[in-house]
Design a protein around this ligand. Structure first.
Ligand code: NAD
Ligand code: TYD
Length: 360
């Protein structure tokens, strides 16, 4: 039975990936989820799999070398999927240190522990082992007027402390291939959306605020562009890269779905109006009057967009979920999980939210 070590599995993309993998492979795989449970990690995301024999949760910090080495020593790991990270640009602007600690040093701990466990005396590796680093399109910087897309060959030019830290982890991972022929892949994906996303990110924040009649903060002129990818499509891409990708290669994963932030907000408001029934009291709260332009994010990247040509040609993956469909699925999920939202927007999050938006 193949064993996966998933880091950051209690977060947004990690928990969707774990659900996807169990849906696809059932009990023919085993997953060990290693997560420190920061503010972004939530075991409620995995309630429905926690009693399965082929699922194990281990609370550990990826910066803790001993704990991570112990996990490798006690388990014959075949695949590492490394999601764990500090993931929010706004938080990185306020507190960059933890981003370097987790995203750079934590990644180094993961690479070293896997290398130590998998390396044979002759410097080659045990058969069929793979380490995948989940990177981001933000490592490529920002597209400006006249630019086309990010490609795998686009030079790195990260701007935020978040993207700089992700770029460092990304380059370290690549260095382990270049230097040691350690079996890696890197995937750089665009903005994800879907169930279980923490409401500090644009889409869940807008859904949550709109349903409560709270202001919808738009940074700057609202015309920054992101390329939105439904999270299940991302999970599928990661699995396909691990199964079919060429070792040492990077694959960009994008939704082919570029939209300005203000367009996203308008689509969410229209979809909410459409989906809420006439007798739902929240219907009267959802309104375009809530849109509030606020001070721009520092160093705000203008546009991200990926041409996922390489992954399509080499591996056969393409984004399947149209935004119109994905956003309905996401909103439906939030309708059905009001308690989840209440639980994650607890005291700590309220404090962050008030501090974050009082200066905007
Ligand atoms: P998330 O913030 O929702 O989840 C991160 C998870 O990592 C949490 O469960 C958290 O508890 C865990 N974690 C954080 N620090 C840890 C540590 N030191 N040790 C162990 N666990 C730790 O993030 P996400 O949105 O699910 O993103 C997952 C990965 O995908 C990240 O590497 C991120 O950079 C990358 N990514 C995300 C997006 C996106 O749109 N969300 C886009 C591109 C790339
Ligand atoms: P975000 O979800 O934080 O993802 P990222 O910064 O990694 O792309 O933000 C998406 C876009 O939405 C980005 O251009 C910033 C903007 N934004 C707002 O306008 N208002 C908000 O309250 C948030 C959180 C983001």
């Amino acid at each position: 039975m193949r064993t996966y070590l998933v880091t950051g599995g209690a977060g947004f993309i990690g928990s969707n990936y774990i659900h996807y993998m169990f849906r696809k492979y059932g009990d023919s795989i085993r997953i060990i989820n290693v997560d420190a449970l920061t503010y972004a990690g939530n075991l409620e995301n995995l309630k429905d799999v926690e009693s399965q024999d082929n699922y194990t949760f281990i609370r550990a910090d990826i910066r803790d070398r001993e704990a991570i080495e112990r996990i490798f020593a006690e388990n014959d790991i075949d695949r590492v999927v490394h999601f764990a990270a500090e993931s929010h640009v706004d938080r990185s602007i306020r507190n960059p240190e933890i981003f370097v600690e987790t995203n750079v040093l934590g990644t180094l701990v993961m690479l070293n522990a896997a290398k130590k466990a998998w390396e044979l005396p002759d410097g080659t590796y045990k058969e069929d082992k793979r380490f995948l680093y989940v990177s981001t399109d933000e490592v490529y910087g920002s597209l400006e007027e006249g630019d086309t897309y990010f490609y795998e060959t686009t030079p790195f030019a990260p701007h935020s402390p978040y993207s700089a830290s992700k770029a460092s982890g990304d380059m370290l991972t690549k260095a382990y291939w270049d230097t040691y022929r350690f079996p890696i892949n890197i995937t750089s994906c665009s903005n994800n959306y879907g169930p279980y996303q923490f409401p500090e990110k644009l889409i869940p924040l807008i859904i949550n605020n709109a349903l409560q009649g709270k202001k919808l903060p738009v940074y700057g002129d609202g015309k920054n562009v992101r390329d939105w990818l439904y999270v299940d499509d991302h999970a599928k891409a990661i699995d396909m890269v691990q199964e079919k990708g060429r070792l040492g290669e990077r694959y960009n994963i994008g939704g082919h779905n570029e939209k300005q932030n203000i367009e996203i907000i308008n689509i969410i408001l229209e979809t909410l109006q459409d989906m809420l029934s006439e007798d739902d009291p929240r219907k009267a709260l959802v309104s375009k009057d809530l849109i509030t332009y606020v001070e721009d994010r520092k160093g705000h990247d203008r546009r991200y967009a990926i041409a996922p040509d390489k992954i399509k040609e080499e591996i056969g993956w393409y984004p399947e979920t149209m935004f119109k469909e994905g956003i309905r699925l996401t909103i439906q999920w939030f309708f059905e999980h009001e308690d989840w939202m209440k639980n994650v927007t607890n005291g700590d999050y309220q404090k962050y939210y008030e501090e974050m938006y009082q200066t905007k």
